[in-house]
Unconditional design. Structure first.
Length: 444
């Protein structure tokens, strides 16, 4: 039968745990709202303590193999631009040597040494030259956007790896607290059993709960070590602190949603790459269409005939007669330009959907953290009251262990949602170039 004092404690415990869980509030105590008045393009006022040092993050991004490879691509495209501006044609020298023999019936055969030399070069039409220069410049611009995209994707990967390490570290820290609490509970139960004031079954329950918490702690430590090893291996410029930083409270999304959407759309590298690809495809189509008119070849030649008795000089002009291949190539490049335009439209639709999801994720993650934090605090209060009832002999150990397990699970969930909300917000700042000033793609 339940002790009399426990009847008074249980209603208070349940009230603390569940009375306000459906009404999340912000840290200031007011009702949650995602609306704010500050500008969407305002940067972080102070650098967050839960992120890696900014100088280390920037160095790690610039040292990534993907970024270095994209940087080399810019050099390759710059060389290609110079080649296109110079043109594919070069001077050609043609030399000839022959022997002439004249047979006559009334005289001996006459032999003459003769030679010829010519200097020739195809001439690229002016319209083609300007198109080649535009294609080369567009290639460099596209490579620069690719370099910016590589840096941005590397920054995203760094942020994800960092928060993965933070999550595992925070989980291990919580299991450390839970394990220590259950160890104290086991020791107290063992003392009570030794004094004859407790049942052997309760000691077995306390020992089992402590062992389970210790096993969970070891697993959390293993996952933390793996996450740290992966982070160090991929980003050696990052120095992990001995003690993982404690995550700050998430903040609601500040500014107008429309401004955020416009800014995200403007800074999206995938869309910029698609647009650059469309522009390049159009230039190639125009170039292929211009190739329907062949380039002429002009030359000058000199020669010596009849052993030097005759001197020959002259000019040559050669114009290819266009065939069906030129028209087919022009049609092919035009079709590829249409493909690129459709690919750009598909990318725009995809990016718009991703932006909507990212904005919704920031808002819902913040609201989810508030609800989880509220529930965790109330369940922790309930567990503390249940533990006090246990010291007064008014609650069974099984009830105490159950309350502690529920409070621990709620705290783990609240910590996870806290980091999820922070990561979603920082990723939004990263996507709008307000976090880690590593990018220089606008220099072009």
């Amino acid at each position: 039968m339940m002790p009399r004092h426990l009847h008074r404690l249980l209603p208070l415990t349940l009230a603390l745990a569940f009375s306000a869980s459906a009404h999340p509030t912000d840290p200031a105590g007011g009702p949650f709202t995602a609306t704010a008045t500050s500008s969407a393009t305002a940067s972080v006022s102070s650098y967050p303590g839960e992120l890696p040092p900014a100088e280390q993050a920037i160095a790690a991004i610039h040292q990534a193999p993907e970024v270095l490879g994209a940087l080399a691509t810019i050099d390759a495209e710059a060389a290609r631009r110079r080649a296109l501006e110079a043109g594919p044609y070069e001077w050609a020298v043609r030399l000839g040597n022959q022997q002439r023999r004249i047979d006559a019936s009334d005289a001996a055969a006459q032999r003459y040494r003769e030679w010829s030399a010519a200097l020739e070069r195809p001439l690229r039409l002016p319209g083609k030259a300007s198109l080649d220069a535009a294609i080369g410049a567009q290639g460099v611009a596209q490579a620069r956007v690719g370099h910016a995209d590589a840096m941005h994707e590397t920054a995203r990967s760094l942020l994800a790896a960092w928060f993965n390490w933070l999550r595992e570290s925070d989980t291990a820290r919580q299991w450390q607290r839970q394990s220590e609490s259950l160890q104290r509970q086991r020791e107290a139960t063992a003392r009570r059993v030794a004094l004859g004031d407790g049942a052997r079954l309760e000691l077995m329950q306390a020992e089992a709960a402590a062992a389970q918490a210790q096993a969970a702690l070891e697993q959390a430590r293993r996952r933390t070590a793996v996450a740290a090893a992966e982070l160090r291996s991929r980003f050696p410029a990052i120095t992990l602190p001995a003690t993982p930083p404690t995550a700050a409270q998430p903040q609601p999304l500040a500014g107008d949603i429309g401004e955020w959407r416009e800014h995200l759309l403007k800074e999206n590298h995938e869309l910029r790459l698609a647009r650059a690809g469309t522009q390049q495809a159009r230039l190639l189509a125009n170039r292929s269409d211009a190739e329907r008119t062949p380039d002429p070849t002009v030359g000058m030649h000199v020669g010596s005939d009849r052993g030097g008795e005759e001197r020959v000089t002259g000019l040559t002009l050669s114009i290819p007669l266009p065939g069906g291949a030129r028209a087919a190539n022009a049609q092919r490049e035009g079709a590829l330009a249409s493909v690129a335009a459709q690919r750009e439209a598909a990318t725009l639709a995809k990016v718009n959907a991703e932006i909507s999801g990212a904005l919704a994720a920031v808002e819902t993650a913040y609201a989810g953290w508030q609800s989880s934090e509220d529930a965790a605090q109330r369940l922790e209060q309930a567990a503390a009251l249940m533990a006090r009832a246990r010291t007064l002999g008014e609650a069974a150990l099984g009830d105490v262990l159950l309350a502690q397990r529920q409070a621990n699970e709620a705290r783990l969930a609240a910590n996870a949602t806290r980091l999820e909300a922070l990561e979603a917000r920082y990723r939004l700042l990263l996507d709008t170039h307000q976090l880690w000033a590593y990018a220089d793609e606008d220099d072009d």
